[in-house]
Design a protein around this ligand. Structure first.
Ligand code: SF4
Length: 73
């Protein structure tokens, strides 16, 4: 599945990486990014994540207070 984070709107709340640290991590500025192994095209806000992590990703998306984590596919 494709996962994107609208990083410009991230409030650094930490929910996503608390809920799903396999996919989401905090960058040096405290903004959420996709873990390097799942990143697409070197963009920290875009990833292709295997199906077995769907529940984890969805839980993180649901936990985001500003709803900027998007799951497609
Ligand atoms: S849950 Fe949303 S606002 Fe919070 S750190 Fe993650 S992407 Fe940013």
């Amino acid at each position: 599945m494709k996962v994107t984070i609208d990083r410009d709107e991230c409030t650094s709340c930490g929910s996503c990486w608390s809920v799903c640290d396999a996919v989401f991590e905090e960058d040096d500025d405290g903004i959420s990014q996709i873990a390097a192994k799942y990143r697409v095209g070197g963009d920290p806000g875009t990833g292709e994540v295997p199906e077995d992590l769907r529940d984890c990703v969805q839980e993180a998306a649901d936990s985001c207070p500003v709803e900027i984590i998007h799951v497609e596919g």
